[in-house]
Design a protein around this ligand. Structure first.
Ligand SMILES: *[C@@H]1O[C@H](CO)[C@@H](O)[C@H](O)[C@H]1NC(C)=O
Length: 317
């Protein structure tokens, strides 16, 4: 698919709105890439070499964004010719430079499959793409995280549960099914013995202790934070701080380990950060202090009638 790049110099102007709520200096925020609109960037993962892998929901493609060098954007793989797939969703690094990601048709329960991208070498964007398995029992597979190099945990938004998938055998089963997941479990991330997850419908961030081998809950689900309306996916720092993308709020909320939270970036009227969907931290020495954010450009909730293309945005912490 075609793409257009908007220079970082333009970004300052695009982010300014009369009632902007930015708590960060605008110099800390850069547009790394903007896909031609309408576009919805759904999720993001960083490679060890610094490349960002982003999934598009609006057109089924896996793209690489290089925050440091031209060309900025490279299509890794398009699923446009793969029957039944209209978009890509969650992505996670399974093992060194091997990523697992979700594909499907969000208008059709049962259409989901999980795929693998294995990069040929640390520098190139060439990846061999293979299907791990179809998951016909799924309602809407959304967030995904790595339990161990062969196993992932996946949030099923529609069925309100968490699946464990063995990527070698393709076998999956529901391992956590809790009322706190009903209606809209979205992102999932692991930290220590806890699985953290958002629920978009209740606007909450939860955590649950799990067995790190089986993925099953070993205790009750706790609520970390509430009033995170339309919480989508999130990034989780090793100190327990979560950065949550609030899709309709056009903000990133910073949630401290004690659950207190505040707007970290964005604002209700922010076209520049319209429709944030997911975040990840930079992994190299050059960007270890950077949070990367992807957006749908306001496709679902236009900002005062305005939309932009789905974006990849960097925020220096
Ligand atoms: C996606 O699902 C909808 C609803 O079932 C269907 O009409 C459409 O043809 C599907 N798209 C593809 C590419 O399979």
């Amino acid at each position: 698919m075609g793409v257009s790049f908007i220079g970082a110099l333009l970004s300052a102007a695009l982010f300014v709105t009369p009632s902007s709520q930015y708590v960060l200096p605008r110099s800390a925020i850069r547009i790394q890439w903007e896909f031609r609109k309408p576009s919805w960037v759904e999720n993001i993962a960083a490679r060890a070499n610094g490349d960002l892998l982003v999934t598009l929901l609006s057109a089924p493609g896996l793209h690489k964004i290089d925050p440091f060098n031209a060309p900025k954007q490279t299509l890794v793989h398009s699923f446009a010719e793969t029957p039944g797939i209209t978009g890509l969703l969650g992505i996670t690094e399974l093992d060194a430079d091997v990523f697992a990601f979700i594909a499907g048709n969000t208008s059709q329960p049962g259409s989901y499959s999980v795929w693998k991208a294995e990069f040929q070498n640390a520098q190139s964007a060439d990846a061999s793409i293979s299907k791990i398995t179809d998951v016909p029992s799924a309602g809407l597979l959304n967030g995904i995280t790595t339990l161990n190099p062969r196993t992932v945990l996946i949030a099923d938004t529609n069925l309100g549960n968490v699946l464990r998938l063995d990527t070698r055998t393709g076998q999956s089963q529901v391992v956590i099914d809790d009322a706190s997941m009903e209606g809209g479990i979205n992102g999932v991330k692991l930290l220590g013995r806890y699985l953290y997850f958002t629920n978009s419908v209740t606007g909450k961030l939860h955590k649950v202790p799990i067995n790190r081998r089986t993925g099953r809950a070993t205790g009750a689900v706790e609520t970390v934070a509430s009033e995170l309306t339309d919480a989508d996916d999130f990034a989780l720092h090793e100190d327990g701080t979560a950065y949550v993308a609030r899709l309709s709020g056009n903000v990133i909320e910073k949630v401290a380990p004690d659950g207190t939270h505040e707007v970290f970036a964005g604002g209700q009227d922010s076209v520049g950060m319209a429709g944030p969907t997911a975040l990840t931290f930079g992994r190299t020495s050059q960007d270890s202090n950077t949070l990367y954010l992807v957006t749908n450009g306001g496709l679902k909730h236009p900002v005062n009638g305005e939309t932009v293309g789905g974006r990849v945005i960097s925020i220096t912490l």
